[in-house]
Design a protein around this ligand. Structure first.
Ligand code: GZL
Length: 329
């Protein structure tokens, strides 16, 4: 009898939770969502300091106390995981889908399913490539081409008197907007400066581990490297580890000038120390920007289709601790 009672209690508890009473688990919608705006957020991964700051901004802004239920799915840098997450959000019937796309290609099918379900899609950070811009409500992010142009302009000014320049290019995740834009600016500069040469180029997927691996190989192949163009801070951190281990000089006063992107706290600290010569900001604080879009939509407004974030750049010879301390990421 007692055994039967325990089995019945277990069946009852399972039934209650699966109907949404009690604690909701891992994003499943529950009655606790009453009155909250439910957002399904497909995030790239946790590959870099930038990405962690981006996730933090989204979580802090789109919190329950602010009136939101944020269901975050980490794609671990695999596009197929993002497609699955978006289909899960459609199944759940979320109010909004926020997408930080890993790569630009491959979104028409799954976003047409979201459109068919009547769920607005807000794209943040990187962009998608599509002929049909009705597949998303709006986009907010960075002008990656402009970031790259700031970096190559600084290189041109710094090395204006050098007839040749040997450049190592650490690219981000291939096919991502950040990689496409930052690489395009460097390629355009190499075309216009006759003495500039990319002696080695590889993708470190925006991670510190791969940045280090690539640079360990490069340092064995090349005695002379003038510029290391890293498409994010974490690959720069990895490359710095490799240059330290190989006892190669770099940074301010060193043989290898280091360019980086993101301007994270750790990246700016390395810039202040002179390990990174020039660091171009890529602002990850999209939480408030996404909230503003959602509130505009909730009140019947029409947000701008494309919104570019204003960004700065930091030179090792002028940055200060005060500047770093005042920054929000
Ligand atoms: C840029 C963002 C990039 C960062 C990297 O907006 O997509 O992805 O530059 C991050 O640090 O991994």
């Amino acid at each position: 009898m007692k055994k039967l009672l325990v089995i019945l209690m277990c069946i009852l508890a399972t039934t209650l939770v699966s109907c949404g009473w009690g604690s909701s688990n891992d994003g499943a919608l529950s009655n606790n969502d009453e009155g909250l705006i439910v957002i399904g957020f497909s995030q790239v991964g946790a590959e870099s300091d930038w990405r962690l700051a981006n996730t933090k901004s989204m979580r802090e802004t789109l919190s329950e106390e602010n009136g939101y239920r944020l269901i975050l799915r980490d794609a671990q840098q695999k596009p197929e995981n993002q497609y699955a997450a978006i289909r899960e959000f459609i199944e759940m019937g979320v109010d909004y889908i926020v997408l930080a796309p890993i790569t630009e290609e491959g979104w028409d099918q799954v976003l047409s399913e979201a459109r068919a379900a009547g769920i607005p899609v807000i794209i943040v950070d990187r962009m998608i490539s599509t002929e049909d811009n009705s597949l998303y409500t709006c986009w907010v992010g960075s002008n990656f081409r402009k970031e790259g142009e700031a970096a190559v302009a600084w290189i041109g000014q710094t090395f204006w008197d050098r007839p040749t320049l040997k450049i190592v290019h650490l690219q981000g995740s291939m096919g991502s907007s950040a990689q496409i834009g930052r690489s395009a600016s460097l390629m355009a500069a190499v075309d216009s400066y006759p003495g500039w040469e990319i002696i080695y180029s590889a993708s470190g997927d925006f991670t510190q581990v791969k940045g280090k691996e690539i640079m360990e190989y490069v340092l064995k192949q090349f005695d002379q490297i003038d510029v290391l163009y890293c498409e994010n801070d974490n690959m720069a951190f990895g490359a710095i580890e490799a240059m330290d281990a190989a006892q190669r000089s770099y940074g301010v006063g060193g043989a290898i000038t280091v360019i980086s992107f993101d301007a994270t706290q750790a990246g700016l600290e390395d810039t202040l120390r002179g390990k990174i010569n020039y660091n171009v900001e890529c602002n990850p604080l999209h939480g408030p920007r996404v909230e503003a879009i959602i509130l505009q939509l909730e009140s019947g407004g029409v947000p701008d289709k494309l919104v570019y974030v204003e960004e700065a750049a930091f030179d090792a010879t002028t940055i200060t601790q005060e500047i770093i301390d005042q920054r929000a990421y």
